[in-house]
Design a binder for this molecule. Structure first.
Ligand code: ADP
Ligand code: ZN
Length: 752
């Protein structure tokens, strides 16, 4: 008799089932089956077929599987093995790891692989000039505020709030009946519309473009990659190429070779919505063989793309980190573009790092994996140092374009311009930077200004008692958004009307201190009245509006973009010849051992936006601490010496990549309980000989009314660390105070 082992999301391990006698179909790993678990039917993925005698479960207890859902495997075997690795490494049940590779609809018991759910969505619209009833519930008020701010918003978007903790999104409950009730009372408009969203312009055809003749450096790099590809064996590479050296061309050529071998490719990018141009380049080369995935897709669209990839109609998948799990059979190439980017680490649910799993999937597939960046991370460079990855380099820009010249403006000495909204104080804009911007615009060239804080004033303080206005739900001060005339929490999106008195002293006089992008925009507009300036940050750049802004900048209808780190990522605007950084050390002040590295990477990347076209570029960096090594190395585009210094610091401090870390987080709405849970874990781990830090309150100690505490475990020995985590998990089953939740993050990338 035959049996199968099946991965089911709700079970901790693989479950065994018998194959019914009448079922003659071949059962292959990666096919979905419907199986009974505790009296209900669930979707699972076949892990392996085996004789019943070889299964973990005695034959007498073996229950038959219910139905086979696929005729052919939905997921390739090397991908299954990579998922099994992820389950072990991140210490989650294998069924949960399997979910990474199954689009939502394919996890439901009723859905066949070829059925696409209908695509409609509910929209909610603002009605102007209304007086809100006084008896609104909190949830209703929150919805109304967001609709008011956005004008028109889909119900789906209302259910997602950006989550700065994860860099992703967080689900919030907005029941349909709440929306219906608001609509009934005439407070919003509610309607259903057909979805045909296409943020990447995938429905528009792209005229084909031939490959340019490769540069000498590209030839050399490609020779090494072709050789690895030809061998059809695993090869892992770091491609360190300065900004504008033609890395993307390298990816394109390598993938072309893989296609010629009859194999496919996966290309991971940090934020696909920000780089529609990259998708465009791939389609110009490969036409309809490209499938693109992005976070705004509906279930149906995702399923469409999944089907195209699985059938082999699309051989190339481009997308964010989750695209790593696309069902490309016979995978030849995996690319991580801007591999240093923090977004490759997932910060919720299964907290995987796409780089590490990409290397595993490539190894299991016998594929070539290329980690490309101008600023590979310390982790990546250490893998090079130990011989596990091979380093390929491109040190020159295409067509001998010069690297931009960089200068620092010491804010201690430079004259600063007045702030238009607070004449008591100088603004953050210096005279030399203003002059350079004016000169650039006079030459009809373009400017990018980086300032990594959004809003107008980053803190609002009561003039009477000095109390900073905090979010009622989070331990974080609110940011003043001038155009919206509201205070906003950047962690939970809660907004507060400006007319509320101080909660300490009932004062009504507030100082708006600190500088965000909106204040920079104002200052600049005052200084350069004719300039066409736009802001590019999460407040102004979402969905279609963001693409429009990028397009207008590309079409030279805008002169200056003022924005956050979203502006640093991969954009290629040939007419940008000046990049200005308002405050280089913004990111250095956070309590994170990677702060210095992130600052170096951000400055190098944004500097790389200058001078990519015919005319040379210039970078001006304002700072109070211009002698900081992260700033100095970035100004010199000197990655090797930054990494050497940084690695030394990490070695001395006992940080990754020289030690392994895991972060335990306890959460509860009651502060004492959350803390007690963290203490229990910390003390237990200590008595097990673990090297721990904490418990300490998380960087954001309270988020949406939930208190959070951290315990950090450090070990030089990976198996020891895993043993300690296993122990912590088992304690969590029984010994934590009731209701305390435990979250485990292996190789944490964020400590807020
Ligand atoms: P990177 O990804 O390293 O920043 P890109 O691949 O985007 O660099 O290349 C920078 C610019 O140079 C792009 O406009 C690209 O089209 C162009 N380019 C790249 N390789 C070549 C080449 N071999 N010949 C001519 N132009 C090239
Ligand atoms: Zn908040």
């Amino acid at each position: 008799m035959r049996g199968v082992e099946v991965a089911v999301a709700t079970a901790t391990g693989l479950l065994s089932y018998g194959v019914p006698i009448g079922l003659t179909a071949q059962l292959l790993p990666g096919m979905r089956v419907r199986v009974p678990v505790r009296g209900r039917l669930h979707v699972g993925v076949i892990w392996r077929e085996a004789a019943v005698a070889d299964l973990d479960c005695p034959a007498s207890k073996l229950r038959p599987l219910d139905t086979v859902l696929d005729d052919t495997p939905l997921l390739p075997e090397p991908l299954l093995r990579a998922l099994a690795f992820a389950a072990k490494y991140y210490q989650v049940p294998i069924g949960q790891a399997m979910r990474l590779a199954l689009p939502g609809p394919l996890r439901r018991t009723g859905v066949k692989g070829d059925q696409v759910p209908t695509k409609t969505r509910w929209m909610v619209g603002r009605i102007d000039g209304l007086e809100w009833p006084t008896d609104l519930k909190k949830a209703e008020r929150r919805v109304l505020e967001r609709v008011l701010a956005q004008g028109e918003v889909s119900a789906g978007d209302l259910r997602r709030a950006s989550d700065p903790l994860t860099g992703g999104f967080k689900r919030i409950a907005v029941p349909q009946r709440l929306l219906a009730s608001l609509a009934e009372r005439g407070l919003v408009r509610l309607w259903e519309e057909h979805v045909r969203r296409d943020p990447l312009g995938m429905r528009k055809p792209v005229p084909p473009e031939p490959a340019p003749a490769p540069t000498e450096e590209q030839i050399e790099v490609l020779a090494a990659l072709y050789q690895a590809l030809k061998a059809r064996k695993y090869g892992g590479f770091v491609l360190r190429g300065v900004t504008g050296s033609g890395k993307t061309e390298v990816y394109l050529s390598l993938i072309e070779r893989a296609l010629a071998q009859g194999r496919g490719a996966v290309v991971l990018v940090p934020e696909i919505a920000l780089t529609p141009q990259l998708v465009h380049r791939f389609r110009a080369r490969f036409g309809d063989q490209v499938a693109a995935l992005h976070s705004g897709m509906s279930d149906g669209e995702r399923l469409d793309q999944h089907g195209r990839v699985r059938s082999g109609e699309a051989r190339i998948v481009i997308g964010p980190r989750s695209a790593l799990f696309a069902p490309v059979f016979d995978l030849g190439v995996i690319i991580l573009d801007e591999c240093h980017d923090p977004s490759f680490k997932q910060q919720s649910g299964l907290r995987y790092h796409a780089r590490d799993l990409a290397l595993v999937r490539a190894r299991e597939s016998g594929a070539v994996c290329v980690l490309g960046s101008a600023t590979p991370s310390c982790e990546e460079m250490v893998l090079v140092g130990s011989g596990r990855l091979q380093l390929l380099e491109m040190i020159r820009r295409v067509a001998n374009r010069p690297m931009p010249e960089s200068f620092v403006i010491d804010l201690k000495e430079a004259e600063r311009l007045p702030d238009p909204d607070d004449d008591q104080r100088p603004s953050l804009l210096s005279v030399p930077l203003r002059d350079a911007i004016a000169d650039t615009l006079a030459r009809k060239e373009q400017v990018i200004l980086l300032h990594n804080r959004r809003g107008f004033a980053t803190t609002v303080v009561c003039a009477g008692c000095g109390d900073a206005v905090e979010c009622p739900e989070c331990a974080i001060s609110l940011t003043w958004h001038k155009r919206q005339a509201r205070l906003r929490c950047h962690y939970c999106d809660h907004t507060v009307d400006r007319d509320q008195p101080c909660r300490q002293c009932s004062g009504r006089n507030f100082l708006r201190v600190g500088t965000g992008t909106e204040r920079i925009e104002h200052t600049l507009a005052e200084q350069l009245p004719g300039a066409r300036i736009a802001r590019f940050d999460r407040d102004t750049a979402t969905g279609q509006r963001m693409l429009d802004t990028l397009q207008r900048f590309r079409d030279r209808e805008l002169d200056v973009l003022v924005g956050t780190q979203m502006l640093a990522k991969g954009h290629d605007f040939p007419a940008v010849t000046l990049v200005g950084v308002l405050l280089a050390e913004t990111g250095l002040r956070v309590p994170d051992f990677r702060a210095s590295e992130r600052t170096f990477q951000l400055l190098t990347q944004v500097a790389g936006r200058a001078g990519r076209g015919e005319r040379p570029g210039q970078v001006l960096v304002q700072s109070w601490a211009p002698e900081h090594p992260a700033i100095m190395s970035a100004l010199r585009h000197d990655h090797p010496s930054f990494v050497a210094e940084e690695l030394e610091r990490r070695r001395v401090g006992g940080y990754p990549p020289y030690a392994h870390l895991a972060l335990l987080e306890t959460r509860h709405t009651d502060q004492q309980r959350a803390l007690a849970g963290a203490r229990t874990l910390a003390e237990g781990l200590k008595s097990h000989g673990a090297d721990i830090r904490g418990p300490v309150a998380a960087g954001v100690s309270k988020l949406r009314g939930v208190f959070r505490f951290h315990v950090l475990i450090r070990s030089g020995h990976r198996p020891t660390l895993h043993g300690q985590l296993k122990w912590a998990r088992s304690v969590a089953q029984g010994a934590l105070p009731p209701g305390v939740q435990l979250f485990v993050d292996v190789d944490p990338g964020d400590f807020s």
